[in-house]
Design a protein around this ligand. Sequence first.
Ligand code: AGP
Length: 594
Amino acid sequence: MCGIAGYIGDKQAQSILLSCLKRVEYRGYDSCGIAVSSSGIKVCKDIVRVEALTKVAPQFNGTAGIGHTRWATCGKPSQVNAHPHLDCTGNIAVVHNGIINNFQRLKQQLISEGHNFVSETDTEIIPHLIEKYYDGSLEKAVEAALLDIEGSYAIVVVMAGESKLVVARKDSPLIIGVGDRENFIASNVPAILDYTDRVIYLEDGDIGVVTRDSIRIERENTEVDREEHKILWNVEEAQKGGYEHFMLKEIHEQPKVIRDTLVEYTQTAEPVVDLERLRDEGIESMLILACGTSYHAALVGKYIIEELVRVPVRVEIASEFSYYGQTLARTLAIVITQSGETADTLKAIKRLREVGCRVAAITNVVDSSTSRIADQTIYTKAGPEISVAATKSFTAQLMVLYWLAMGYSKADSRRLASMLLELRQLPSKVQRVLDNGDIILQCARYLSKYENVFFIGRGINYPVALEGALKLKEISYIHAEGYAAGELKHGPFALLGEKTPVIAIVAQDNTYEAMLTNIKEIKARKSPLIALADEGDEAIRELADSVITVPRVDALFSPVVNAVALQLLAYYTAKERGCPIDFPRNLAKSVTVE
Ligand code: AGP
């Protein structure tokens, strides 16, 4: 998963390309580069961040160009493997996001035809294929080249002497930003919001020819019309809004995100997923597939749906399901994915399709690949999530799962009414968690000294323990594990002791007494213990070394307030450790490779 940018217009392309790349750098940031076209193609690329490239790049004159910020997949991060890549003549430059599965074979063939390659990447074959097929029309040559390629791609091509950019996509996102006497290309919307709020989403199989004054999109040699969308998000939303990190900004956006998602769906007359019809169609069970944080939301969803709808729910890791997953007949499959571009989840959808399963998607990115191939899509209203560590998208996903389950619940109307009331109070209760940052900061200062941490929970808060551990792992680099509290005595107890603090999620539900027992067992093994408990819980203060309190909510909603507290704990711990919070090492926002 890389970030792509392109510009063609009246202005000097270089600075525009670099500022667009800065906005998509969270997609991959191990190296970057630009190519500017005037009489020839000028390239500057290196294993640096965009900021550094901006400082070292010589000023290239030219009003058309392309740019790329990389997350290495094929070929290690290096100057020569960084994009853009050129053909033998140096007149054709290409940036690419995706993976070309048959590149080795094509490369051997091109070498046998006299082409010289300088990098280890799959991408480098594209400019060489275009060179091979070039016969006066750049777009025709690109079309021919893509016929040879197997895999996923979003590409932008520029050629010396040609005042056009040629773009194409298959299984990787690509958009065109429409300007006045200029046009922009990017992997996603935030990249171009400084310049325009008019966007065209390319579809899989589209090839576009973009000049300063025109945009023509073809599909199988037929011109197609792609709708122009006006983006309601402003640059500010895409920027940090005055917070030090995108992650902290996005954590603090959750009261609004919960409100927006609730408003969106509790006002909607038409149910998005018609369970009644599904029942008529004999749908008897549900299967939820996802990865990472979305998988943890799916696990919480299982508890919510089984509790309210009384339909059996299976939850599977998408990357596993793609290979071994079997579906029961008459199953409704739901996939959850913030980015909508996660390759493991997309592959799992294709497998579900093969077995004729109906697929509903819960995603945060409009027009993402997932929403294009799902039967129905429910959008979370989290807005752009820039920080690699997912936070607001998690609570937005939970909101959709609550809404879904309550929409088709078997619970009596009084229970539903009290739940709806409780849901409406959730934004202010989450705000109280955010306002209770001091005690969380204290615990973070304490935790930042350790290298191993356990999180435990029971019932609907077991997945929250998993999520708390994932957040701490991915941004503070502390080795954290989440466990169902009852599991500790079956092995992990061996790791307890002064060097292994435990974070215990102690909700006021039917698991409360069992959690207190587990906490006593942990304290007997000398592990420091931080409890996450409801306001007014005095008993826990006797047992825990520190207590982070959260406002009392219906047990079914406790994952929301608990998750927000654990997001803040991870954030402050990573900050104490001086970690690059928004750009954690080895990670990226949407994982578009298997
Ligand atoms: C979570 O903080 C991580 N960024 C990662 O686990 C993420 O949840 C996972 O890659 C799934 O992404 P998706 O929701 O966009 O499919």
